[in-house]
Design a protein around this ligand. Structure first.
Ligand code: DGL
Length: 270
C-alpha cells in the first residue's frame, strides 16, 4: 500500500518517533505535522488539545494517509480513545508502547514518569502501567520547562544540563526508581543529559522504538505495508518557524539518514 503514515506532534518532539519509524520501516513514507506555532500543548486545557489534534488529523486525512501515529503523549492522553472510535483508519498513540517498554525494563517495580502537565494530570501512564501490573509503584512528575527549551533547539550543553538537573532534583532525591519513562516525545532529544543527571543505574525509556514496532504490526495486520522497492520521499509540515524546525530535524536525521535531505519541508496554517 503506497499511502503514507501520518505522524503528528505539537512540535519537534514527534520527530524522535518519526526517526524510529523510518529506521524500522525504511520503505514506508512518512508525512509529519508539528504544530510548532501552538506548542506547547502540555499546559493547555483538554478541550484545546482535542481541538488542535483534530485539526492536525484533518490536515493529514486530506493527504490520504493509511494510518496515524499520535507521536505526542499529551494528545494521546486526551484524544486517542475518542479518535479510535471515529476514524476510518488505524490510529495509535505513544503511551501504551512506552508503558510496555518500562515494564520490560524495571527490576524493582519502581517506575518514574516525566511528562507535560497535561499528561501527568490525565494519569494516563499510571493507569496504563497499573492495568498491566497493579503492584507497580509509579511516581509521575510534570516538567514544564523542558519542552520550550527543546523547541528552541537547546538540547545539550551547560544550559540544558542545568535546567534538567534542577527539574529532576525532586525525583532523584526522594524516589528509588530504577526506570524512568520519557513520557513526552520531546524528552528523547535530551536523553543523554537526562541519563547523566539520573545516573547510569536508571533505565531511561523512550516509547519510540516500541511505537514503531506496534505501527509495523498494525500495518501488517491490516495488509497495509508497502511491499515494493522505493526510496520514500518524506514530507514534513510545521505551523511555526520552518528554519528552526529544519535545523532540529537535521540534527536528528542527517547523520544517520542522509536521504531525509531530499524530504519536502513546508510551513502551513491550520
Ligand atoms: N511532545 C508532546 C508530548 O509528548 C507535547 C509537548 C507539549 O506540547 O507540551 O507530550
Amino acid at each position: 500500500m503506497k499511502r503514507a503514515i501520518g505522524v503528528i506532534d505539537s512540535g519537534v518532539g514527534g520527530l524522535t518517533v518519526a526517526y524510529e519509524l523510518m529506521r524500522q520501516l525504511p520503505k514506508e513514507e512518512i508525512i509529519y505535522l508539528g504544530d510548532t506555532l501552538r506548542c506547547p500543548y502540555g499546559s493547555r486545557p483538554e478541550h484545546e488539545v482535542k481541538q488542535f489534534t483534530k485539526e492536525m488529523i484533518q490536515f493529514l486525512m486530506e493527504k490520504n494517509i493509511k494510518m496515524i501515529v499520535i507521536a505526542c503523549n499529551t494528545a494521546t492522553a486526551f484524544t486517542l480513545e475518542e479518535l479510535r472510535q471515529t476514524l476510518p483508519i488505524p490510529i495509535i498513540g505513544v503511551i501504551q508502547p512506552g508503558s510496555r517498554a518500562a515494564i520490560n525494563a524495571t527490576k524493582n517495580e519502581q517506575i518514574g514518569i516525566i511528562g507535560t502537565e497535561g499528561t501527568v494530570r490525565s494519569n494516563a501512564y499510571t493507569d496504563a502501567l497499573k492495568q498491566i501490573n497493579a503492584n507497580l509503584h509509579v511516581t509521575a512528575m510534570a516538567c514544564p520547562l523542558l519542552v520550550p527549551m527543546v523547541e528552541k533547539g537547546i538540547v545539550s550543553g551547560d544550559r540544558a544540563k542545568k535546567v534538567v538537573e534542577e527539574t529532576l532534583r525532586p525525583l532523584k532525591a526522594t524516589q528509588n526508581i530504577d526506570t524512568l519513562v520519557l513520557g513526552c516525545t520531546h524528552y528523547p532529544l535530551l536523553e543523554q543529559t537526562i541519563q547523566e543527571v539520573m545516573g547510569e543505574a536508571v533505565n531511561i525509556i523512550s516509547s519510540s522504538e516500541e511505537t514503531a514496532r506496534e505501527t509495523s504490526t498494525i500495518l501488517e495486520m491490516h495488509e497495509l505495508l508497502y511491499q515494493g522497492e522505493r526510496e520514500p520521499r518524506h514530507r514534513f509540515y510545521a505551523t511555526g518557524d520552518l528554519e528552526l524546525f529544519k535545523t532540529i530535524a537535521d540534527g536528528i536525521f542527517l547523520e544517520r539518514m542522509p536521504h531525509v535531505n531530499q524530504a519536502h519541508f513546508e510551513k502551513i496554517t491550520l
